[in-house]
Design a protein around this ligand. Structure first.
Ligand SMILES: NC(=O)c1ccc[n+]([C@@H]2O[C@H](COP(=O)([O-])OP(=O)(O)OC[C@H]3O[C@@H](n4cnc5c(N)ncnc54)[C@H](OP(=O)(O)O)[C@@H]3O)[C@@H](O)[C@H]2O)c1
Length: 262
């Protein structure tokens, strides 16, 4: 589905970035994988190359515009173009969640809003500038259910996710006339990822629940009464990145399994 599509993944050493990169590679994409620590990105790259795919690793801070620009230019120099830009960057939740809003200091509140929005803006804008020349490309990112639902003890995380979804709509409004699609994914929690445990354990503890009870609570809010796998999320990412999804732009795919009504 993604044969020879030149794809850059930011935060590729993470749970979602790694799963998306592996799924893109299985569908024939050429991967340029980045993260601000090299080792986890190298691990994903080795897996892909070992399975016969095409991938290169680079250490790039997704908040550093010159570093992002240099890396993307090196991709263009090697591969001739960029077809897909996927921002899967995640800011550690331990710095963000678990404190009531009335006790939260302004820096801690602003941190996720600034970091998530800036990283998505920079990676999207730099890709769009290259994609416009080819009149083709797909810009993607990940958000979460808290973009659209109220929850206690999540600090600036919900506003950060809502900001990214607004940016997806606005980028699409400007870029779709140039042949560039902009699509987000809003997955339900995937318990196999360490991030989700780190994000929810403090909230579970604060409400007197165990992590297992918390997972059951989340699952009970979905229509199939279960949580999602990384593989299920990555399959949707592949479809959305492919030409089969040519009508999808300016939207965030609701992968909350019924937890959140449209
Ligand atoms: N996991 C889930 O179930 C789930 C569900 C819904 C939404 N989400 C959201 O999806 C996003 C990604 O989640 P995830 O589970 O994949 O998180 P993750 O495993 O922590 O991955 C995030 C990646 O981003 C990298 N990163 C952080 N800051 C960076 C920077 N400045 N430059 C480059 N890379 C940077 C991290 O690198 P290092 O590890 O080297 O620091 C890590 O590889 C988050 O916003 C998360 O809240 C996750």
């Amino acid at each position: 589905m993604l044969n020879n599509k030149v794809s850059v993944v930011y935060g590729a050493g993470g749970a979602i970035g790694g799963a998306v990169a592996r799924a893109f590679a299985r569908e024939g994409a050429k991967l340029f994988l980045t993260g601000h620590h090299r080792a986890p990105v190298e691990e994903v790259t080795k897996d892909i190359v070992g399975a016969g795919g095409s991938a290169e690793a680079a250490e790039v801070n997704a908040l550093d515009e010159p570093a992002l620009d240099n890396h993307l230019q090196s991709v263009i120099d090697k591969a001739g173009r960029v077809d897909i830009s996927f921002n899967a960057v995640g800011i550690p939740d331990t710095k963000i969640v678990g404190v009531p809003l009335v006790e939260l200091d302004v820096e801690q509140f602003s941190l996720p809003i600034t970091a998530y929005a800036t990283s998505y803006f920079l990676t999207a804008r730099l890709a769009a500038r290259r994609m416009v020349a080819n009149k083709s490309g797909v810009i993607m990112t990940v958000t979460a259910l808290l973009s659209r639902t109220g929850a206690p003890l999540v600090g600036g995380y919900g506003p950060a996710m809502a900001t990214k979804e607004a940016l997806t709509r606005n980028l699409s409004a400007e870029l779709a006339p140039h042949g560039i699609r902009v699509v987000g994914l809003r997955p339900q929690a995937m318990p196999e990822t360490s991030t989700i445990k780190e994000a929810f354990e403090p909230r579970a503890k604060a409400t007197g629940m165990t992590w297992e009870q918390w997972q059951q609570l989340l699952a009970s809010r979905t229509h199939p009464r279960r949580l999602m796998t990384l593989a299920e999320m990555a399959d949707v990412a592949v479809f959305m990145a492919s030409d089969k999804a040519s009508a999808m732009t300016g939207t965030t795919v609701n992968l909350t399994m019924g937890s959140l009504d449209d």
